[in-house]
Design a protein around this ligand. Structure first.
Ligand SMILES: NC(=O)c1ccc[n+]([C@@H]2O[C@H](COP(=O)([O-])OP(=O)(O)OC[C@H]3O[C@@H](n4cnc5c(N)ncnc54)[C@H](OP(=O)(O)O)[C@@H]3O)[C@@H](O)[C@H]2O)c1
Length: 269
């Protein structure tokens, strides 16, 4: 059974590829820059000519949507049209519902029309506190996390735990229609700042801003419409819509999800 991993070099795709490789699965890691690795394949959402070759012999696909767009369907439609041999698609969705994004709902409906499908709905990624994400640069450059979510909490999840779930859902029996995935506890940005301060010994504070200001900050690293939709989620978080945890990671993988404290300790450098 050949498994295609779109977003195969990303936060969830990379650990998913490692997990499936360790099981001896036949995988194809999709990337715009596949290099020379034997199990990598060139794939670009914006270049439909790459879709068919990437899908050759593929029965099961992990679908990470085209990044930072509220209109994924023009890019995903040619892919699904070329996926006639694919039996199962596991879509990386989100617990947060982006406002004003019917195209994302449309993508979910299209995936649900595949013979077998499942939608993973993770909470916020702990990986947002690493690398080039605005939360991470704020921490490194100013010891500051900026949000418009006030005391609202969310069940931060390590992308490696999402990958571990994805490995099970891709290869296991007929999958459930969706899985809501969270870490073990719900934390506000101020709680997260306190954990980082405690674990690293470096003071990090939370600063509350307006939704418009958060959109401006996101807009520095992504297109404006997507930045505005992402910032609007802060108002939802403030209202408590993401303040929940589930047992899905442990139910599906047999081990509890990683805590934020453990994650910070592991990524302190
Ligand atoms: N961050 C969160 O808190 C959060 C929460 C819930 C849900 N999500 C969802 O998680 C998904 C992944 O987000 P992420 O930030 O973690 O991204 P990511 O998966 O780490 O990175 C994006 C991936 O997409 C690939 N990619 C980029 N442009 C591409 C293109 N034109 N064609 C083909 N592949 C392309 C990149 O591969 P190459 O560069 O190798 O081509 C990379 O592997 C998003 O759909 C997001 O909505 C995120």
């Amino acid at each position: 059974m050949r498994i295609l991993i779109t977003g195969g070099t990303g936060n969830t795709g990379r650990p998913l590829a490692a997990a499936l490789r360790a099981r001896g699965a036949d995988i194809r890691v999709a990337s715009r820059n596949p290099g020379n690795a034997a199990d990598h394949v060139r794939f670009d959402w914006a270049d439909p000519a790459t879709h068919g070759p990437a899908l050759e012999g593929v029965e099961v696909a992990y679908l990470v949507p085209p990044p930072a767009t509220l209109e994924p369907m023009p890019l995903v439609e040619p892919f699904l049209a070329a996926a006639s041999g694919v039996r199962r698609v596991v879509l990386l969705g989100s617990l947060a519902v982006l406002p004003g994004a019917p195209g994302i709902v449309e993508l979910e409906r299209a995936v649900q029309r595949m013979p077998e499908s499942s939608i993973l709905r993770p909470s916020g990624f702990m990986q947002n506190f690493l690398g080039a994400h605005p939360v991470a640069t704020g921490i490194r450059e100013r010891g500051e996390i900026v949000s418009a979510s006030g005391p609202g909490r969310l069940g931060w999840i390590d992308a490696e735990d999402i990958a571990a779930v994805a490995a099970e859902v891709l290869t296991g029996p007929d999958p459930a229609p969706e899985h809501v995935l969270t870490g073990p506890e719900s934390l506000s940005y101020a709680d997260a700042a306190a954990v980082i301060t405690e674990v690293t010994g470096r003071p990090v504070r939370h600063t509350e801003v307006s939704v418009a200001e958060r959109a401006r900050i996101f807009g520095e690293v992504m297109p404006q419409p997507f930045a505005r939709a992402l910032a609007a989620i802060d108002a939802e978080i403030r209202a408590g819509t993401e303040d929940r945890t589930t047992s899905a990671v442990e139910d599906l993988t047999g081990r509890p999800p990683r805590s934020f404290r453990d994650f910070v300790a592991a990524h302190m450098a």
